[in-house]
Write a protein that binds this ligand. Structure first.
Ligand code: GDP
Ligand code: IMO
Ligand code: MG
Length: 419
């Protein structure tokens, strides 16, 4: 499994692409097109929002699990764009139980942010939260509903009974149930060949001794249960989410690769103890090209928060780490890593349980020496400067987790695999 160990955008796409070489199946298990996963292959850049990052391998089955929320307009846009670039998507399979993002979800995402005003979450505006709300309210529309016109129409009308009242309240205007149904029926023919029982497919593959790679979206700190609530997404990016999001038991998962940048970024609102408002933060943003893959928003940047990373390792049972963007730190004379939080006079060595404490946490740093030589060409551990190796070793020792991959550039080959 590949998961984000921070607030998203850690480089999961790149690491998934790399590990997918050894897998037979690649499966997304949560989130939707709030995700933006970048792969750079032979200088060509691909950005995936819904389609698993294994799709560039013609022979791998790529699965969108039941835990994912799907905006069909975005899905088919992505499929078309890939086909135009010569990438076949015939091996894509979509769980019949995945929920669909509906037009009212997009509208409600927007108004709920507006209503929150200065307390807004800073969502991606893709209708993700409202779609998961309907899933749990048992008002959701699922992929399989597209196959039965009568049921689809009835369910959309039932949902609109409630949604239209809300939309009216917000002065947006009501949606016509038949019009929405007809629009979604228009996706049916294109969706049908992809629809599958994802749980059965994945478990069968495992029974046959095949390798399945789960690709998380977002990151542990954006998890609805374990993230910095309420500034989170509405799903479970943690490793456990793969079980509920695909229908695979926890006993079948044996390797969890947590991806973390060598520093920290966050996009959207919410607390971020190691955030830098100075020239170092600006340099990280500029050198690291820290602009959102999905929304283009500027990502907030700061030092590596090891306390948060240790927490991510705990709640997700991370067995190995991939540290990305180490190259971005080149040229900084001193590197700081947060090992404790201070709240008033209280010191925290573990992630605080109370969000109020986390909001007021100031970082306690340890300082490590930086390096000045470019490292993007390093192919092996021994080719990294000693101070860069010390930095990685410090991460590994603090989190008590083995660092297995070190990325020193966006390209597929710009990765050091630890022996
Ligand atoms: P994801 O959402 O976790 O897949 O990450 P994103 O694709 O949203 O953001 C990561 C960005 O960093 C992308 O533009 C990648 O091409 C880029 N990237 C990944 N690894 C590295 C690295 O080691 N060095 C540099 N300089 N860029 C990287
Ligand atoms: P990937 O998979 C970074 C953030 C949003 C916002 C919060 C809730 O590319 O790492 P949502 O639209 O999900 O309701 O927004 O979560 N967010 C992400 N931040 N990377 C992502 O995905 C994100 N997906 C959502 O910015 O703060
Ligand atoms: Mg991203």
């Amino acid at each position: 499994m590949v998961i984000g160990a921070q607030w998203g955008d850690e480089g999961k796409g790149k690491i998934t692409d790399l590990l997918a070489e050894r897998a037979d199946v690649v499966a997304r298990y949560q989130g939707g097109n709030n995700a933006g996963h970048t792969i750079v292959r032979r200088g060509e850049e691909f950005k995936f929002h819904l389609i698993p990052s294994g799709i560039l391998y013609a022979a791998k089955t790529c699965i969108i699990g039941n835990g994912v929320v799907i905006d069909p307009h975005i899905l088919f846009g992505e499929i078309e764009a890939l086909r135009e670039r010569g990438v076949a998507v015939d091996n894509l399979r979509i769980s019949a139980n995945a929920h669909l993002i509906m037009p009212y979800h997009l509208l409600l995402d927007g108004v709920s942010e507006q209503t929150l005003g200065r307390f807004k979450i800073g969502t991606t505006g893709r209708g993700i939260g409202p779609c998961y709300v309907d899933k749990y309210a048992r008002l959701g529309i699922r992929v399989q509903d597209l196959l039965d016109e009568k049921i689809l129409r009835r369910k959309i009308h039932a949902a609109l009974n409630e949604k239209n009242r809300l939309l009216e309240l917000y002065d947006i205007g009501m949606l016509d149930g038949d019009q929405v149904t007809d629009e979604y029926l228009g996706y049916r023919e294109r969706m049908e060949p992809f629809i599958c029982d994802a749980s059965l497919l994945i478990n069968k593959a495992l029974d046959e001794g095949k390798t399945v790679l789960f690709e998380g979206a977002q990151g542990v700190l954006l998890d609805i249960d374990f993230g910095t609530y309420p500034f989170v997404t509405s799903s479970n990016p943690i490793a456990g989410g793969a079980c509920t999001g695909t229908g695979v038991g926890p006993t079948r998962i044996n390797y969890v690769m947590g991806v973390a940048k060598a520093y920290t970024t966050r996009v959207g609102e919410g607390p971020f103890p190691t955030e830098l408002d100075d020239e170092v933060g600006a340099a990280l943003c500029e050198v690291g090209h820290e602009f959102g893959t999905t929304t283009g928003r500027k990502r907030r940047c700061g030092w590596l928060d090891l306390l948060a990373l240790k927490y991510a390792c705990r709640v997700s049972g991370i067995t190995h780490l991939a540290i990305t963007k180490l190259d971005v730190l080149t040229g900084l004379p001193t590197l700081k890593v947060c090992t404790k939080y201070k709240v008033g006079k209280k010191l925290f060595g573990e992630f605080p349980l109370h969000q109020t404490e986390f909001h007021h946490a100031t970082p306690v740093y340890e300082e490590l020496p930086g390096w000045s030589e470019p490292i993007s060409g390093a192919l092996q551990w021994g080719q990294l400067p000693e101070t860069a190796r010390d930095y990685i070793s410090f991460i590994s020792e603090y989190t008590r987790t083995e660092v297995k991959l070190i990325a020193v550039g966006p390209g597929r080959d710009e990765t050091i695999v630890m022996p």
